[in-house]
Design a protein around this ligand. Sequence first.
Ligand code: COA
Length: 246
Amino acid sequence: MGTGSVQKYRDLVIFGSSEMALLAWYYFTHDTDYRVVAFTVDDSYSESFADRRHEKHGLPLVPFSQIVTEYPPSLYDMHVAVGYKGFQDGKLQTLREAKYHQAKNAGYNLASYVSSKAVTWPDLTVGENCFILELNNIQPTVKIGNNVMLWSGNHIGHETVIEDHVYVASHVCVSGYCNIGERTWIGVGATVRDFCTIGSDCFVTMDASIATKKIENGSVVIGAKSTILPVESPVALKLKTRYFNA
Ligand SMILES: CC(C)(COP(=O)(O)OP(=O)(O)OC[C@H]1O[C@@H](n2cnc3c(N)ncnc32)[C@H](O)[C@@H]1OP(=O)(O)O)[C@@H](O)C(=O)NCCC(=O)NCCS
């Protein structure tokens, strides 16, 4: 049997050109077998507003209308790396979802990234175009849909299902047997109890603590804010004195 030519790297086009795209370039370049060969953005964006920071990597920024001919889906994969903005018709993160469909409809295989520094198990299922960063602790039997972003350091408990286009910021604790609905956004440090169903398009703000079993579609969950006592506050003085001088 001949050895043939073995391609060590697969080639990847990143959709986006701003901070999210540059981070995607970094993670894919340093922690996968992919080689990023180009960035792409919508034509209008590439002509007038494109952020030129991608140029420091010496890679072309190709208008989306030309990408299929210059970097055809038969030879190149794509990863859509845009931010979580967009709120339309009751839906959150509409930009990410729209660009995911745009790339998919153009025929691309949408590459997912799962950090080598995340803790995962062999039965993990992850859909297309996911971006799962370091120190996520994803327990056995978890199912993750398409276009899901898990920023660094979350705990995702066993039997939990995360549906398409969900964004989870950092240090979120999702307990076991939860279901997180499409496009829901969960802010830093939030805590979700076990057996909780969070609907679609929910905005779970930072430090929210969900102790109920059902959150309806479109809800906003607000965490308790810290009380900040100024230095001259008698209560502040009492607390510091007791705690640090006891
Ligand atoms: C929800 C969040 C966006 C609010 O931040 P903020 O805008 O700085 O907060 P503010 O205190 O200015 O509140 C904004 C508005 O909501 C209102 N609001 C805040 N908490 C409220 C509450 N518990 N009930 C009713 N209204 C409330 C405020 O009154 C204010 O309205 P106003 O401008 O008319 O006065 C913020 O707490 C949050 O969760 N951010 C996400 C951070 C995060 O996870 N980042 C990760 C990125 S990767």
